[in-house]
Write a protein that binds this ligand. Structure first.
Ligand SMILES: [Zn+2]
Length: 100
């Protein structure tokens, strides 16, 4: 349960890191537009697409707005960040519970 929460926080962080990397590479502002948008057509992303990993999985790696292919790098980064956060949380929580 706790690890699941940590995973989601980590995945959200991974999603944010993706956005940051994407915008910085293109010399764009990190704050504007405030919401994520489609790489291909520039449409604003819907709520489902904003969910880390799951958003990519439910649309089978395709953008819902224009059907363009979304790079699997994005969910992979989110997955890696989520797994890392869950592992850290699991180890820390386990350490606390063993009374050390
Ligand atoms: Zn699109």
């Amino acid at each position: 349960m706790f690890s699941g929460l940590a995973f989601f926080c980590g995945a959200a962080f991974g999603s944010w890191a993706n956005m940051l990397a994407y915008r910085l590479r293109r010399g764009m502002s990190v704050w504007h537009p405030p919401r994520s948008f489609c790489d291909i057509c520039g449409a604003r992303l819907g709520l489902i697409e904003l969910i880390p990993v799951l958003g990519w999985a439910v649309s089978a790696g395709r953008a819902r707005c224009c059907g363009g292919k979304v790079s699997p790098i994005y969910p992979l980064v989110e997955l890696a960040a989520g797994a890392l956060a869950a592992a850290v949380a699991w180890f820390c929580w386990g350490g606390l519970r063993s009374g050390s």
